[in-house]
Design a protein around this ligand. Structure first.
Ligand SMILES: Cc1cc2nc3c(=O)[nH]c(=O)nc-3n(C[C@H](O)[C@H](O)[C@H](O)COP(=O)(O)OP(=O)(O)OC[C@H]3O[C@@H](n4cnc5c(N)ncnc54)[C@H](O)[C@@H]3O)c2cc1C
Length: 326
């Protein structure tokens, strides 16, 4: 078995395959810290995904996996109190509610951001991606896995490693799998020192753009933006080099976030980053290729997770493992 890609998706697939007793290698063009996954905020929430039963199942399985991993401090996974702000009252739970055990609807009674009338409160998994990706790689290697750093010109080259291939190449899958539905979506975040914030706050309906405040152990990720790009390189790491943070956008993000959590207004800025989400019209592709390149006996695709790759990862990895062994 070989998995092409060592972001959140590739590593979770590789570990699930190992758990099924399959000898598995990973090929990645980039080191972990240069993947889009390393930049994710990264909080469980099915951002801009289809409200479909299959997606809910992927999200629910991932929630459960993270909740179990949160018992191991080295993972960097923390179950955090979360507030999801609402700017209009709602009379039914969100479509993803079945994945979140303790979701509660709370009308706002105290002074809060202008226009907010209620909020959902719950505990959700938050993941510090750099330590988490390292932990995944250690786990993969400890189980006998080998990581090759190499950029493939075509998926057929993966057959030099093994005849059964999982394509987890994120944005690059648009070219490697000749899939025109894959497209880049730019995201910018600002990271500030943590002034003592412990609760995650999300305002998807902020009139000036989505706003989120996601605390980690030492810092806080302030977001964000979700801007589809007309054209970009299909190589995610070059995209990271090519898209520099826009200072005016960072100031606007910070101002929105300070409305939600005033403490972050004066916190020292540690960095500002741009990542290019691997989005796909119609949602992530997780299926068996009907006509794999010669030399490949089975090709399973798993790419195009957009702004929800962390949230759907383990559920998609379960599907990939089932498709590989079917
Ligand atoms: C600012 C920002 C915030 C985000 N916040 C969240 C969040 O809070 N929650 C959430 O669920 N998601 C979030 N996301 C989305 C999430 O980061 C992505 O959905 C996820 O990282 C995609 O993972 P991936 O493994 O498919 O892709 P990537 O991480 O891009 O990995 C792709 C892998 O494929 C390899 N590869 C590519 N081309 C080749 C080739 N030719 N040969 C060999 N290897 C190749 C790369 O080297 C890399 O290892 C966020 C994204 C951004 C940008």
């Amino acid at each position: 078995m070989v998995v092409v890609g060592a972001g959140m998706i590739g590593l979770s697939c590789a570990i699930r395959l190992q758990q099924r007793g399959l000898r598995t290698a990973v090929v990645s063009a980039d080191p972990l810290e240069r993947t889009v996954s390393a930049l994710a905020a990264a909080v469980w929430y099915p951002t801009r995904t289809e409200a479909a039963p299959r997606v809910l199942d992927q999200a629910r399985r991932t929630f459960e996996e993270f909740a179990a991993q949160a018992n191991t401090p080295a993972t960097g996974v923390v179950m955090r109190p979360t507030r999801m702000l609402l700017r209009a009252p709602v009379d039914e739970p969100p479509w993803w509610a079945a994945a979140v055990p303790d979701l509660r609807y709370c009308p706002v009674t105290t002074t809060g951001p202008a226009g907010v009338v209620a909020e959902w409160r719950c505990m959700v998994p938050t993941v510090e991606m750099r330590p988490y990706l390292s932990w995944l790689l250690d786990r993969f290697r400890t189980a006998g896995g080998v990581l090759h750093q190499r950029r493939l010109a075509a998926l057929s080259e993966a057959a030099e490693v093994a005849p059964v291939v999982v394509n987890a190449t994120g944005l690059a899958a648009g070219r490697l799998a000749a899939d025109p539905a894959v497209h880049p979506v730019r995201g910018q975040v600002v990271v500030v020192a943590n002034p003592g914030v412990a609760t995650s706050v999300r305002d998807e309906g902020h009139p000036a753009g989505v706003a989120y405040v996601h605390p980690r152990r030492r810092d806080v990720v302030l977001g964000g933006t979700f801007d589809p790009l007309v054209a970009a390189s299909d190589d995610s790491s070059s995209d990271l080099d090519g898209f520099r943070p826009d200072p005016a956008t960072s100031r606007a993000i910070r101002a929105r976030c300070a409305e939600l959590v005033p403490e972050v207004a004066a916190a020292p800025v540690l960095g500002q980053y741009v990542g290019i989400r691997p989005a796909r019209h119609g949602g992530a592709r997780v299926d068996v290729d009907p006509g794999p390149p010669s030399g490949i006996s089975r090709l399973v695709h798993c790419y195009g997770h957009g702004g929800a790759g962390v949230t759907l990862s383990w559920g998609c990895a379960d599907e990939v493992a089932a498709l590989v062994t079917r």
